[in-house]
Design a protein around this ligand. Structure first.
Ligand code: CAO
Length: 248
């Protein structure tokens, strides 16, 4: 009988592309190779489910812009608000702040360290912002600025990327209407964010416009059920709709 852990995959297809036209060969960057091996493992080992939703962030964006008009030391992007809203949501849904230990146990974490995917010239890095429940949006914004700059210019230590509870991957500054991020094991979920846009919405029979952001949640179905994922996104949207409470 074959080993159930043996994926029995066909070998990687090889081809001589130069027979079809001009090509250039470059090695895959070292970080990309390393990250790729983790992503490949997570993709085949975790039964991912993808849940899509969106949230009205009109009030948050207004508040953010008015705070930025006071020219604070660190400008606020939407991301620190997403981090604070995520923490509030994790408090209500502990299975999203958990890890499987591979020996039949689920470890529930009582701390709130959030990983943030950062695109660097060498590849994707995920620094972890610690104790986000105890930090203000400004503290998170300035830490995020410093650590993402370090990730892009000097790289990060293993310690700076360790211990994340859940990860946010934000492509909101670029575009997109949704995607399916791969879970950063041993975490049980990851939140993808794409570009907020003004959208027509029907309320009380009338068409109005709202500034809404797509939420792309990927979760490990061994730990999280679909109903929990739907409730998680509803709660996240409620938190985002009340930005004053997130300012702290
Ligand atoms: N909708 C609309 N606009 C958004 C937005 C969203 N969801 N998120 C950010 N923006 C805007 C910001 O408000 C800012 O505009 P203003 O200057 O007018 O306010 C602009 O986009 C640039 O934001 P930023 O990128 O400088 O800052 P950030 O806090 O949003 O993100 C960081 C920081 C480090 C996470 C980001 O630069 C990054 O590297 N993202 C890439 C992550 C990635 O590659 N993920 C993929 C992983 S899977 O391969």
């Amino acid at each position: 009988m074959s080993d159930p852990n043996d994926l029995n995959l066909a070998p990687w297809p090889r081809d001589d592309f130069s027979t079809y036209g001009e090509v250039e060969i470059k090695p895959v960057p070292r970080i990309q190779q390393l990250v790729g091996s983790f992503l490949g493992r997570n993709w085949v080992r975790i039964p991912h489910v993808f849940h899509q939703d969106d949230a009205n962030i009109g009030a948050m964006d207004e508040l953010r812009k008015s705070l930025n008009s006071n020219k604070p030391e660190t400008k606020l992007t939407p991301l620190p608000f997403f981090i604070k809203a995520l923490v509030e949501t994790l408090k209500e849904f502990p299975q999203f702040n958990a890890s499987l230990d591979g020996e039949g146990n689920i470890i529930f974490k009582k701390y709130f360290h959030i990983g943030v995917a950062v695109d660097t010239p060498g590849g994707l890095l995920v620094p972890v912002i610690r104790e986000c429940d105890k930090k203000t949006v400004y503290q998170i914004a300035s830490e995020l600025k410093a650590i993402s700059e370090k990730a892009r210019t000097k790289g990060l230590s293993t310690a700076e990327m360790a211990g994340g509870c859940m990860t946010i991957s934000s492509l909101g500054h670029i575009g997109g209407t949704g995607f399916t991020p791969i879970i950063n094991a041993p975490q049980t979920a990851i939140l993808g964010i794409t570009k907020a846009e003004w959208k027509p919405v029907v309320k009380n029979g009338e068409v109005i416009t709202e500034y809404r952001v797509p939420l792309s949640l990927s979760y490990d179905h061994r730990v999280i059920n679909g109903a929990d994922a739907a409730k998680f996104c509803v709660k996240l949207a409620q938190c985002l709709a009340d930005p004053e409470a997130l300012i702290g």
